[in-house]
Design a protein around this ligand. Structure first.
Ligand code: NAP
Length: 282
């Protein structure tokens, strides 16, 4: 029986066991996927002994993503770019780390908006400059956009992010002061919230979305609640919307495929299962 895990500290909140449990049942695989609370001081030992304990790999969540990146001898280019690891598996005897947030976010955008959405999207405005923002800017930078603007409450972090991600051939990257946000909206084709604003227990993200062009797309990666105030406003204005849950589901696909040998699909039944769990815990 193949075994995988998600490690974090704390870990009780993780919905990954529900996602992987669904795919294990759906594909009739006699495997397991468990939550393991690993405090920071036990991380190195956990990684060193996980194979002896029968694990084929697993997911890594807060607060271990950067520490695992530093502990591994081999990581993918994506993990190196973000300096954070969220998925582990073995290649031969070597433990390999990847970061699947980039492909998770982009796969969900492509699924939600349809192939070719990026051909008519010139400017993306990304709000926030934390770990999730780095993945999203990296993903968008690989597409045919002209500009990616990063606005953050702490401007220095937005500057650091764009300086670290700039490529000679990709879109122009710019940092924007949080106070100038409203003025940037009329020239924004795709707005992505990666801040914690709008999350249950946090203040909402208040923006005058009516300033966006009529073809504007509003994406919020917060998924608790499923529809944030930002997305509800976008819906009322008839703007195209992309929610945060799909990113969570899509980022799980590569890990399952490495550990259990089947590439699973993000299907409506999985979505309904996780939606019910989120609504049930409110
Ligand atoms: P993080 O590294 O802690 O970054 C948090 C960001 O939010 C920072 O840019 C921070 O700005 C900003 N922020 C916090 N409070 C703010 C406020 N009151 N006003 C303005 N900005 C504020 O967190 P993260 O890992 O990037 O995650 C961010 C959000 O994305 C969380 O809600 C998380 O649940 C969600 N997420 C979703 C997925 C998914 O699969 N859908 C994946 C990853 C993350 P400063 O730099 O100024 O502090």
């Amino acid at each position: 029986m193949k075994k995988a895990f998600v490690i974090g500290h704390p870990i009780a909140h993780s919905r990954s066991p529900l996602i992987h449990g669904y795919w294990l049942r759906k594909h009739g695989i006699p495997g397991s996927y468990e939550r393991i609370d690993v405090p920071p001081e036990a991380l190195r030992d956990f990684l060193a002994t996980m194979r002896d304990r029968g694990f084929a790999g697993g997911n890594v969540t807060v607060p271990h993503k950067e520490a695992v990146f530093r502990l591994l001898g081999r990581v993918t280019d994506r993990a190196a770019q973000l300096q954070a690891v969220n998925t582990l598996w073995f290649e031969g005897d070597t433990l390999v780390g990847d970061n699947t947030d980039i492909t998770g976010f982009m796969a969900h955008l492509d699924d939600s908006l349809g192939e070719g959405w990026d051909a008519s999207t010139r400017t993306a405005l990304v709000l926030g400059a934390g770990g999730a923002a780095r993945a999203i800017v990296a993903g968008l930078a690989g597409r045919s956009l002209e500009r990616i603007v990063v606005a953050n409450r702490t401007l220095a972090k937005a500057r650091e992010l764009v300086e670290g991600m700039a490529t000679p051939t990709g879109p122009t990257l710019e940092a924007l002061d949080w106070d100038d946000l409203e003025r940037a909206l009329p020239k924004t084709d795709l707005l992505v919230n990666t801040t914690t604003l709008g999350m249950a227990g946090q203040p909402p993200l208040k923006l005058t979305l009516g300033r966006l062009p009529r073809h504007g797309i509003v994406c919020d990666i917060v998924y608790v609640p499923l529809e944030t105030e930002l997305l509800a406003t976008a819906r009322a204005l008839g703007l195209r919307r992309v929610d945060g849950l799909g990113m969570l589901l899509h980022q799980a696909v590569p890990g399952f495929s490495h550990w259990f040998g089947v590439t699973p699909k993000v299907d409506p039944e999985l979505r309904r299962l996780i939606e019910a769990d989120i609504v049930g815990h409110r």
